[in-house]
Each structure stands twice: as structure tokens, then as C-alpha cells.
Design a protein around this ligand. Sequence first.
Ligand code: FAD
Length: 592
Amino acid sequence: MIYAESMRSIRTKESSMAKILIVGGVAGGATTAARLRRMDEGAEILLFERGRYISYANCGLPYFIGGVIENRDRLFVQTPEGFGRRFRIDIRTRSEVTRIDRQNKRVEVRNLESGETYTEGYDKLVLSPGAEPVKPPIPGIDLPGIFTVRNVPDTDRIKEHIHKSRPRHALIVGAGFIGLEMAENLHRLGLRVTIVEMAEQVMTPLDFEMAAEVHQHLKTKNVEFYLKEAVSAFEGRKGRIAAVLSGGKTLLVDLVILGIGVRPDAVLAREAGLEIGSRGGITVNGYLQSSDPDIYALGDAIEFPNPIIGRAMTVYLAGPANKQGRVVADNIARGNVRTYQGSIATAIAQVFDLTVASTGLSEKVLRAEGVPYLSSITHSASHAGYYPDAQPTSLKIVFSPKDGKLFGAQIVGFQGVDKRIDVIAALLKRGGTVYDLEEVEHAYAPPYSSAKDPVNIAGFVAENILQGLVKPVQWYDLEGRDAGGTLLLDVREPSEFEAGHIEGAVNIPLNSLRERLGDLPREGRIVVYCGVGLRAYVGCRILMQHGFGEVFNLSGGWKTWQYVSQEQSNEDIFEHDIIGKDDNIYQAQVED
Ligand code: FAD
């Protein structure tokens, strides 16, 4: 956010008598309201919320369902009464804004308790209506036992269903962040969990090889999942729900969570003739003003230029919505004094024992957008390897081949993922480069990191690539390779090679490489790999300095290769399971 000069005079300005209406009372709406009051004691502020609650923690809902958050009251950051009193805001819950009359600067409001409709005038209007879950029109989608998870009433309904119907098998449709959080929480409650995902991978912000690591982890948790499959119909069957998959299989479950995705809730704005962008979000300028200067919009409902590539994108995250609330409030109170800089969509999720995080743009987005990039995958330990319980951390960065400018990062690991993604996000947001990653000065003691943190390592490797010290190839470059033209050289120890290697590879351990250079062809490509890429880098340097021209290092090494070359889905694992009256699981052929 950029402060204009006039922010300096905030304290000296007088409060206004402006009337400000806010639509939506959760992340963006409530933040705007509170900041507005702190900026302007004189304004008349009304907040309309369709639901019964305001300012609640929707990010906590999956954990309340799973019982991690035990007390429902903990979800409510504020009550309408408490919030209204503290900030002297007229809070109207169960009140839906149904129409905006821009000509006369009025909104139409329906009281959802009484059914009464009335109008309310404004000087400035703020729209923070959020996003709505996608609910495709497939047959049976409204059957009992099928839920979305957007708000507290959704959560109450799911809790009640679990309590009353004692479901044993849950189906999650869609494997985004919320879908996976729900999978983990229902699994925690003891349900068998099946996930069906239409894409070839879970968690869209990740590139495939990083998601592949999540796939392998889900298998260890006995989560069944189908990739490249969609649900084509739901049917009620003997008190259960039959989900028919596009591939023809039918899953019999007791509870369905739809986590297919969300889209901006831009209905009001669209009907009022406000400009809607190509992503379906409300178009706003840097001050977060819509195409009508008296109407501001923020949160999940807007689209905004991505700071890295400048193209409009939607971001469905709480952090940006909250920060935008502050921008909107200051701009209303003080007259467009702040500009929003855009979000790089930094996100994190716990997926069972794993932490999965991303910031900026993935390789697949850059490819789709036609932006030239380089990428590198490093596998490091979460802290010093000699200190107990160090855990593997996979870190992928994507950067500009021209100047090393960071485009994005993804981290999958068990410890310290959050701090590392935040450091990278902070640099990325400021236009940082891979050279900045090398310079990151981190707090180090053996239980926390290594003298060279995984973030530094990622920077060192990227610098080597940019300087031409090593040329990377990615796992997908090896798929369908011309076996005659490419020599795959495995420089690990023979015992490692015997335990598993890439088909067609030749094993020359790194320590014997100098003596065996004569065994290698001078023509053609040599792709060198090892466990994670470090020994292969040394091997590449030896070969390059001995005049081998076309030498490449397999990014992420055998470790990444293993993740991507295993079966990705985990199908049919419950097919022959039946749960007996004694609650034990038996294997048998079950009749539908
Ligand atoms: P919301 O917070 O959704 O608020 C919009 C409100 O507007 C709604 O309450 C709606 O009822 C109301 N409304 C809409 N139209 C009208 C109308 N016409 N009249 C009156 N009221 C109206 N983000 C993260 O960063 N991290 C997480 O871990 C995370 N977890 C999540 C888990 C779940 C289950 C969900 C649902 C979301 C999660 N999010 C997470 C996303 C985050 O909650 C949203 O990005 C954020 O709440 C968006 O804020 P908003 O103000 O745009 O919309």
C-alpha cells in the first residue's frame, strides 16, 4: 500500500457527516467498518450482512467441524452487538442488499426475518460480498447430506449431520485448500475419506511435481482419491448417497462436501451496471473504487492486476481482504490517499502432517501466460541434519531468465514451511530476485535451520543456473526422451542405484567420475542426476570442465522423479471394506 502525503495530516482533519453503507460483514466488510470509525468519528456507518453473524473466522470452520476448535463461540471474533457498540456502527444482520440504485445513491434492503423491504441512501457504498461456492447443475446436487462450506450455518448443518446420521464415509468433491482441510478434519473424526478431483492434481496453485508429493502423503493416510474424474450425478440409495463418476464408477457415501471452487459474488454489482472483469470479479482501480467512484469494492468479489505480470486476477484469501479493508476505509475517510498494490496470493495449508504453501505464480500459470521463466527444485532438511528429527523440505522457485526476478515459490514440508514462504513472499512482493534469496539472513541454531537455510540454497542454485554454471532439466523433459540421444547418468552410490533408478540410466558414482570420463560419449546430451541434485551438480561441473558440452542436471533429482513417476491417484482402497455391527472393518464383496 502506498501512502499519499495527505495521510500525514490524518489526525488534524475533522470528522465528516458522511453516510457510508457496507455490504458484507465478515473479513473485508467488518475490517472496513472498524477502520472507518477509527478514521472518522462523525460518519454514519451502516453494515448489512445477509447472515446472522459478522466478523467470524471462516478460515477456522473446517477445524471446528473436525473438533480441533472445540468451542463454537471461539469462531466469532466479534458479535454484532459488541462490534456495533464499540465502533458505533448500525449493524443489520439478516439484511440482504438486493439492489443498488446508483442514480439516486440508494440501496434496497430486504429484512430476511420480517420480509420487509426498504431503501437506504448513501454517500459512499462499500461492497464486500465475498465469493460463492460453485455448485454445478449436476443431477441430485441438492440431496440431503450434500454440503458446501462457506459460513457458520453450513458448518452447523454439517456438524448436525455428523452428530445425527453418524456418517462413516465422506466424499470430498474438489481438492483445493478447503477440500483438503475438510478431508483431514473428517478423517480426524474417524470417517473414511474419498476425494474426487477433476484436474490431474490436488491444490491448483502448485505445480504437478509439488502436488505429487501431497498425493503420496495422502496415500500414507489411507485417503482414497480419484484424479481426472468428476462427479456426474448424485442419487439417493438406501439412505446413502451414490456418487456417479465420469469414468463410470459409483461411490456409496454418507456425506458429501462440495469444495469445487468459488467465484466472485458479483451479482449486485453486475445488476447495478458496474464494470465486471474477465475473471468475473468487480473491476476496481488502485484506490479500490469500482467503475462508479462512489462505490468501493474489496475482498473475494474483486479482480485486480497481479503485481508480477500485471494481468487481472481474483484472490480468495483472508489476508488481502483484511488489508484492502484498511485501504478502502482510509480512502473514503480521507479522499483516496492509499493505493492498493495487489496480492501475490500467498497461501498455506496443513494437509495432515504436511504443510503446503505457495506464493506468486506457478510454472503452469507462467507457461499459460507466455511469460519466459526458469525453475529450480531443491530438497533440503528443515534444520541441521545432525540435530534430531530434521524433516525433508521441497522448495520450488520460478524466476526470470533475464535478471533472476522472482515469479513464485512453492514449499512442501513438515517444519518451518510457513516462515520460509513468508520470507520469499516478502521479497517477491518487493520485486526481489534469486540473488536476494542468497542474501537472506536467517536466525540459525541447529533445531531451527542450517547455516545455509533452504531459502539460501534455492538462491544459490538459481544463481548457478543464471550464470551458466549448470543447466537444469525438469522431470517432464525426460518424459518421452529420445533414449538414443540422451545419456542418463546416475552419480549416486551403487547401493542407491540398485534400490531404484530411472529406467535406462547408467550408474557412475560421483567419486569415480573423473576416472571414467572415457566411458562417456562426447556427442549428445548427458542428463546427470543424484538423490536431490547436489552431487549431480558437482558431476555436471566436472563434465563441463572436461569439455562435455550438452550436460544437464535433473532438477529435484531422483526424489522429485520418484514423486511424479508413482501412481498419483489412490483408487478403490475401500472397495471391499465393510464395517461390521461390531464396528470392525472387514473385507468382502458388497452389494450396492
Ligand atoms: P466474506 O468474508 O466471505 O464476507 C462476505 C459476506 O458478505 C458474507 O457473510 C455474505 O453473507 C455477505 N453478503 C454477500 N452478499 C450480500 C448482500 N447482498 N447483502 C448482505 N450481505 C451480503 N483464506 C485464507 O487466507 N486462509 C485460510 O485458511 C482460509 N480458509 C478458509 C476456509 C473456509 C471454509 C472458507 C469459506 C474460506 C477460507 N478462506 C481462507 C478465505 C477467506 O475466508 C476469504 O478470502 C475472506 O473471508 C474474503 O473476505 P470477503 O469480505 O471478501 O468475503
